[in-house]
Design a binder for this molecule. Structure first.
Ligand code: ADP
Ligand code: MG
Length: 254
């Protein structure tokens, strides 16, 4: 599905990613973990084209995407959420989700501009799909609310609904439970499992090890921009290098 080969990235001469290589399997949840500053968000930005890689290859189903702009990558079927919420406060919850469809709908949208009835049909179809995505995340009844009126945990779910609404090939989730309580976190875990069962492929950046062990099929560990381990969750949990780099430091800062 997605293959990274020796991806590197520098910020002002300082390495944020150093020759990171791994692959994502179709229909699987891969967790990307590592201490703060390890390069997780930087990697998501490279994959989604928001801030391209300096070196290395990124292939989506065999196609090189590392030099493509973000909107083209989105059009190829890679959707994402952001570590810091990016919602339009004044738009309705549904309209915030429909933003996730503009990328894929654009071309057929202009085609149907020429035929108005077809456009109305298309618009209705898109809204129905938006409501369906909101329903997947337990928010259908708040579709007409302004996004600003939602609680923080609900906003995180709106962002997820927006990522999934276009039925993308790959969804990148950057810390979807950051700032959420235990009940909300369990809810997000359930949504992630549901989406996986529906066939979605995900890369999940996460700090919460319990969530990672709960929902991930594969785990990739970054430390100081390097991939130091990858494998199934049970193996990662007992990997001494990971314990030292990640868990040890977590305890030290806890
Ligand atoms: P993580 O998401 O794993 O916590 P980041 O990818 O955000 O880590 O950051 C990795 C490293 O790159 C950090 O040292 C961070 O300070 C640096 N970094 C990230 N984004 C920028 C940027 N836009 N400009 C300069 N340095 C950055
Ligand atoms: Mg981050």
């Amino acid at each position: 599905m997605l293959e990274l080969t020796r991806v590197s990235k520098w910020f002002g001469g300082l390495p944020a990613l150093q020759e990171v290589s791994f692959r994502l399997e179709t229909g699987r949840v891969t967790a990307l973990i590592g201490p703060n500053g390890a390069g997780k968000s930087t990697l998501i930005n490279c994959i989604s084209g928001v801030d391209p890689a300096g070196e290395g290859a990124i292939r989506l189903a065999g196609r090189a995407i590392e030099t493509l702009p973000a909107h083209v990558i989105a059009g190829l079927g890679i959707a994402r959420t952001f570590q810091n919420l990016k919602l339009f406060d004044r738009l309705s919850v549904l309209d915030n989700v429909l933003v996730g469809l503009t990328v894929t709908a654009e071309r057929s949208f202009f085609r149907s501009m020429l035929r108005l009835p077809a456009l109305r049909h298309q618009e209705r179809r898109l809204r129905l799909r938006g409501l369906e995505a909101l329903d997947d995340f337990g928010l259908a009844e708040k579709a007409a609310w302004p996004a600003a009126a939602l609680a923080y945990g609900e906003k995180k779910r709106v962002e997820m609904a927006r990522a999934f609404v276009s039925r993308p090939r790959l969804v990148l989730l950057d810390e979807p439970v950051a700032g959420l309580n235990a009940v909300e976190t369990a809810g997000i875990a359930r949504h992630i499992r549901q989406q996986r069962n529906a066939g979605h492929t995900m890369l999940l950046v996460e700090h919460d090890m319990e969530l990672v062990m709960d929902v991930a099929d594969q785990v990739v560990v970054l430390d100081s921009g390097r991939c130091i381990a990858s494998g199934p969750p049970a193996a990662i949990r007992n990997n001494p290098r990971v314990l030292e780099a990640y868990l040890g430091r977590m305890e030290a800062t806890a």
